[in-house]
Design a protein around this ligand. Sequence first.
Ligand SMILES: [Fe+2]
Length: 235
Amino acid sequence: MIDIHCHILPGIDHDGPVTHQQSLDMARIAAGDGIHTVIATPHLTQHGLSSQEIRQLADVMNFEFRSSGIPLTILPGAEVVATLEPETLSTFTLNGGGYILLEFSLGMSSESLVESVYELCLAGFRPIIAHAERLPRIQRSPALVAELIASGALVQITAESLTGNMGAEARTCARFLLRQRHVHFLATDAHSDVRRRPILSEGLMVASSIIGDVSAECLVLQNPAAVIQGKGLNA
Ligand SMILES: [Fe+2]
């Protein structure tokens, strides 16, 4: 499996792993769960992190994983806010392709969400809405997701939302979006080796029970692979 949303790089996110050892522990959990590739998606909100720093740290961690016998590869990416300039965003796409993992601020209006997606698509990006099921605006009005998709957005939901670990609202919304076939990616959005761990398999089982094995596997295999390769999705 491939995880397109994971805070696995050490010492960047205030709520992510601090030490290299914690990143190694996360990598062991991910690999043990059947994940072979992770796109590292640190937040760009609080500091002036460069895409070169992300790539260099991913290289360092990949070396440490290999040295420790952990069969996991990190690719560079980021979780970005919609308000950044397109020139800035272009350097923080997922693995250097055209896909952007987009974090919406809680206070944004529905009109602003749709407008952001539309403008990013016009600028040549393919925006992926991060953890859509956890956005209060979407929880209150899940039909908004259809409008966002019509504007060009793709949708990522969180594995732990499907299992109920992120609360009842997120669980209900995630299942609704799946039933509506409005989900393109299932990811961990993992932050540590203890809480919010990099585990996809449990969420995948729930997704399979709702949309079937073949469609569920697309969310963790074929669609993420297309992102890594910078290609369009099949469905
Ligand atoms: Fe995240």
